[in-house]
Design a protein around this ligand. Structure first.
Ligand code: FAD
Length: 404
């Protein structure tokens, strides 16, 4: 009991506050926000927002009035330490906030490129609204961009930059794009589509230095000796979870803030959710740290339930999406650890799904422009059911029959 203080007003932090009020929680809620905007959605930053001309208000979860009406105190500032014995959070401003329960929803930050000239103004990252704004503003004056990293964000940006008429080179150390996240079948399709759009993708190479003249980027040198001219570099080489606040407070951290299946740390009055949390997952075995809206939002709802008397272990079903050019990739389930991939549909028709199996068990589905397969996957997961690889491959097999 007592106030709930939430550190971080991203997807997870916002949702805990909203869900607590929805569940009738009547005590004080403080949402500590270190970004100079109302809480906002992150996915459009590398998609519609950077492509379009809408203002920041188009990204906001809710207008300011919502927080007033719901009596959610949005506190501008940064939490710098936690006094666990005193149940207090110290802000950079010197203010302290007492808590009954503390929620760490600190998310993740860009992994920075450790190369000469990587701190020049024309070397950009894409995690927060200000970075998306900065890129959107600078793009019209640029002609050639090198994107470092062919993960979701790098490729989403690359597609947009190409649409906007820039010459685009993408560098990736792995032998295929999005290698950690999707099957070879989906990588291959996506690579081919970006190449068709005129994007040059360089695999198995690393940037070794960024060249500049008079403080302006002129190009990027590669590990294979080549040099690519560029007047803009965009770095998308992954993120680091923000675990320092927890670690300094003596909470256990590894590749995330360690929490149990209830999203609680070893301190019963502190929980962690979203991108920063390494959570125990009875469903998948072991611990997981996921970076997705679904994960942050469902964590938040689960935690708000516990804090209002509905204690249940977290058992969300992962799903994710990425828009790249005209293609929509959607993933349901966790498609790691598969030993067999079955295709449904036809990559040549720009619409197919990769059903990923371990033995006969369906782990997840990666869909390209097949929203129906994706929704099927999510519903099937929710029912803890599977279909056989033969059924998945057979287009005449009616997926709906598996949901009946
Ligand atoms: P965040 O949303 O990162 O919020 C954490 C907040 O905490 C940040 O505002 C941070 O500044 C703040 N913070 C950190 N430390 C402190 C502190 N000490 N004091 C105060 N505040 C602090 N996911 C999808 O599912 N689909 C997509 O298509 C997709 N696209 C994406 C595109 C981009 C460009 C990015 C960056 C991410 C995308 N994601 C996508 C991932 C998704 O946005 C994240 O998984 C989600 O935002 C995680 O929510 P979170 O609340 O854990 O962290």
């Amino acid at each position: 009991n007592g106030p709930v203080v939430i550190v971080g007003a991203g997807h997870g932090g916002y949702q805990v506050a909203a869900s607590l009020r929805q569940a009738g929680f009547s005590e004080r809620i403080c949402l500590i926000n270190d970004e100079a905007h109302l809480p906002y959605q992150r996915p459009p930053l590398s998609k519609a927002y950077i492509k379009g001309s809408a203002g920041p208000e188009s990204l906001m979860f809710r207008p300011e009035k919502f927080y007033q009406d719901q009596n959610i105190e949005l506190i501008a500032g940064r939490a710098v330490s936690i006094d666990r014995a005193g149940h207090k959070v110290l802000l950079a401003s010197g203010e302290t906030l007492g808590y009954g329960h503390l929620v760490l929803a600190t998310g993740a930050r860009n992994r920075l490129l450790d190369l000469p000239n990587a701190n020049l103004p024309d070397v950009k990252y894409l995690r927060i609204l200000d970075e998306s704004e900065a890129l959107r503003a600078i793009m019209p004056s640029k002609t050639r961009v090198v994107v470092i990293g062919a993960g979701f964000i790098g490729l989403e940006f690359a597609a947009t930059a190409r649409i906007k008429g820039l010459e685009v080179d993408v560098l990736e150390l792995a032998p295929r794009v999005m290698a950690r996240a999707v099957t070879a079948e989906v990588s291959e399709y996506v690579q081919a589509r970006h190449r068709e759009a005129g994007i040059r993708i360089h695999l198995g190479v690393q940037a070794t230095s960024i060249e500049a003249e008079g403080g302006k980027v002129t190009g990027v040198s590669l590990s294979d000796g080549r040099h690519l001219p560029a007047d803009l570099v965009v770095v998308g080489v992954g993120v680091l979870p923000n675990i320092e606040l927890a670690a300094e407070a003596g909470l256990t951290v590894a590749a995330g803030i360690i929490v149990d299946e209830y999203l609680a740390t070893a301190d019963p009055d502190i929980s962690a959710i979203g991108d920063c949390a390494l959570f125990a997952s009875p469903r998948f075995g072991g611990s997981l740290r996921l970076e997705s809206v679904q994960n942050a939002t469902d964590h938040a709802r689960c935690l708000a339930g516990r804090l209002t008397g509905d204690k249940k272990p977290y058992d969300g079903h992962p799903w994710f999406w990425s828009d790249q050019g005209d293609d929509k990739l959607q993933i349901s389930g966790l498609t790691t650890g598969y030993d067999r991939v079955v295709l449904r549909g036809d990559p040549a028709k720009k619409a197919f799904s990769a059903f990923c199996y371990r033995g006969e068990t369906l782990l997840g589905i990666e869909s390209i422009n097949r929203a129906g397969d994706h929704m099927f996957g999510r519903r099937l997961q929710g029912m803890n059911r599977s279909i056989t690889p033969a059924q998945a491959a057979d287009e005449s097999f009616d997926l709906k029959s598996a949901l009946a």
